[in-house]
Design a binder for this molecule. Structure first.
Ligand code: PEP
Ligand code: MN
Length: 321
């Protein structure tokens, strides 16, 4: 953003007024060395143009057009799931059987969840790992959710599955590994449903917002941004939960934000503390992996909460109600 100054402006006074509003500036000088304008640095607080234009000494304010106008236009939107904040979406990493889906849904509902998560189509790093039961699992997930009056959030792995997933899911999930799969974003957006957009594990916030713009341009309902940790340098946790990005998305961009502490931590004992931190940073809720028997889980067992661990999670959520 650029602020131009009146010829008689007291530049020191204008800078002080801007600093008081949380805006940090650099002087722009003409050939004679006189300060003719101020460049507002990107780490400044948001401010209304009208407020800035009304400051003594300010001639005009110029803001570059946003690269993601549709994302900006959904500022203030709620997460399109039932229930009040903080929201809990819970369920298994993978949908393994009708029985497991029902047991996980019962755990989720008892913990206060209003939506059931669970992967039918699983992105796996190894081609030899369990990659989900596919279309059959979508039916098991929906039936388990309906039995407990829960909405369904589940991942779309490929363009060829969009219709099948959209037929059962209330919110379509785009996984971290697919955040910049632009053909998939177009296909998912065209389904016209709300989307949970996981952050790519090495994506900047701007790239993430632009992926949201792709979805909205293609016709998606509300895009919910889900922070799930970025690649860090320390293998003691699976990923590095970027709470700065959560605060930025919530407080500066005013976007609907969920946090996935399960994939961030990679270990059960850290999930509840990270969930509490996510809520403190401004998240609208959390998406958590739960399993009736984590030791038998076919994916991500070490990070799945069991019934006992869910008690602590419920208490943490209650403290934020
Ligand atoms: C998931 O939520 O099931 C998942 C695979 O997460 P991510 O895309 O964040 O790794
Ligand atoms: Mn998982």
């Amino acid at each position: 953003m650029l602020i131009t100054l009146r010829p008689d402006a007291d530049v020191v006074a204008v800078e002080a007024a801007l600093k008081g509003l949380g805006l940090w500036t650099t002087r722009l000088r003409d050939a004679d060395g006189a300060a003719r304008g101020l460049r507002v640095e990107p780490h400044s607080a948001p401010a209304a143009l009208a407020t800035l234009r009304a400051l003594p000494g300010v001639a005009d304010v110029w803001r570059a057009p946003s690269p993601h106008p549709r994302v900006d236009a959904q500022a203030g939107a709620a997460v399109p799931l039932p229930g009040g904040a903080p929201l809990l979406v819970a369920g298994p990493c993978s949908v393994e059987s009708p029985e497991q889906a029902h047991a996980a849904a019962a755990l989720a509902a008892a913990a206060g969840a209003t939506a059931l998560r669970g992967g039918a189509f699983k992105p796996r790093t190894s081609p030899y790992a369990f990659d989900g039961h596919g279309r059959a699992a979508l039916g098991w997930l929906r039936a388990a959710a309906d039995a407990h009056d829960l909405a369904v959030v589940t991942e779309v792995l490929g363009e060829q599955h969009v219709d099948a997933v959209a037929a059962v899911a209330d919110v379509l999930q785009v996984g971290s590994r697919n955040m910049q799969n632009f053909a998939l974003l177009r296909a998912v957006g065209a389904a016209g449903k709300p989307v949970l957009l996981k952050r790519g594990m090495a994506a900047t916030v701007e790239e993430w917002l632009l992926a949201g713009e792709h979805l909205l341009t293609a016709g998606a309902g509300t895009v919910v941004f889900c922070e799930r940790g970025v690649r860090g340098f320390d293998p003691e946790t699976r990923n590095l939960l970027d709470l700065g990005a959560v605060a930025l998305l919530k407080h500066a961009y005013r976007q609907p934000v969920l946090v996935d502490p399960s994939h961030a931590a990679g270990r059960r004992d850290l999930v509840v503390p990270l969930a509490a931190a996510a809520l403190a940073a401004g998240a609208d809720g959390v998406i958590i992996e739960v399993h009736p028997d984590p030791g038998a889980a076919r994916s991500d067992g070490p990070q799945a909460l069991d019934a006992a661990a869910l008690v602590a999670l419920t208490a943490t959520l209650e403290a934020h109600r």
